[in-house]
Design a protein around this ligand. Structure first.
Ligand code: S3P
Length: 177
C-alpha cells in the first residue's frame, strides 16, 4: 500500500510542529498537530489532563488518535514526543505513512523549550536541562530505532521540510504531487 501520510516523531523541541506546517504548505496536504487535536476534542489542556487524570489517561487518548489518523490519507502529522513509548503507535503509523524522526542536540532542545510552560513532563521541580537529559537517555533507543532521521539542530523549519519531503519522495517516487 502507498504510504501517503507523513508522520514526524521525535523528542519535545525537535521542531516537529514547525517543520510539519512547512511540509503541509509545500505539499498542500492537511496538517495535524496531535496535541492540539487532543486539546480541541477534549476541550482541556494537555497539562490539565496529566495533572487531573495522569499520564496513562493522556497516552490512551493519544493511542486512540493514532489508530484514527493512521486510517486516513495524505496527512502531515506532528506526533507528540511520547508516541514512541508504545511500539503499536509506530507500527500503525508506519503502515500508512512515512515516519521520520527529528532530533536535536540537548542544548538546542533546551533553548527551544526553555521559555515554554505547556509541557507537563518538563514542568517538574529541578533543573530543566537535567530533566531533558534524563528523558532523552530513557527514550533514545526508541527514537534511534526509526530509520529516517533528520538532525534539526542547525536547520530552519524550511530546511527540515526539504529533508522530510526527500524521504517522502524516496518512499513514494517523486513527481507524484
Ligand atoms: C510529550 C510531548 C508533548 C506532549 C506531552 C508529552 C512527551 O508533545 O504530547 O506533553 O511525552 O514527550 P511535543 O513533543 O509536541 O512537545
Amino acid at each position: 500500500m502507498k504510504k501517503t501520510n507523513i508522520v514526524l516523531v521525535g523528542f519535545m523541541g525537535t521542531g516537529k510542529s514547525a517543520a510539519g506546517r512547512a511540509v503541509s504548505r509545500r505539499l498542500e496536504h492537511p496538517f495535524i498537530d496531535m496535541d492540539a487535536m487532543i486539546e480541541e476534542r477534549t476541550k482541556r489542556r494537555i497539562s490539565e489532563i496529566f495533572a487531573k487524570d495522569g499520564e496513562g489517561a493522556f497516552r490512551a487518548l493519544e493511542r486512540d488518535l493514532v489508530k484514527e489518523l493512521s486510517q486516513r490519507r495524505d496527512l502531515v502529522i506532528a506526533a507528540g514526543g511520547g508516541i514512541v513509548l508504545n511500539p503499536d503507535n509506530v507500527r500503525d503509523f508506519s503502515e500508512t505513512g512515512v515516519v521520520i524522526c527529528l532530533k536535536a542536540s540537548p542544548a538546542a532542545i533546551l533553548s527551544r523549550v526553555e521559555a515554554q510552560t505547556h509541557r507537563p513532563l518538563l514542568q517538574t521541580a529541578g533543573d530543566k536541562s537535567q530533566r531533558i537529559l534524563d528523558l532523552l537517555k530513557e527514550r533514545q533507543p526508541l527514537y534511534d530505532a526509526i530509520p529516517n532521521q533528520v538532525d534539526t539542530t542547525r536547520l530552519s523549519p524550511s530546511d527540515v521540510a526539504d529533508r522530510v519531503i526527500e524521504f517522502y519522495e524516496q518512499e513514494n517516487g517523486s513527481g507524484e504531487f
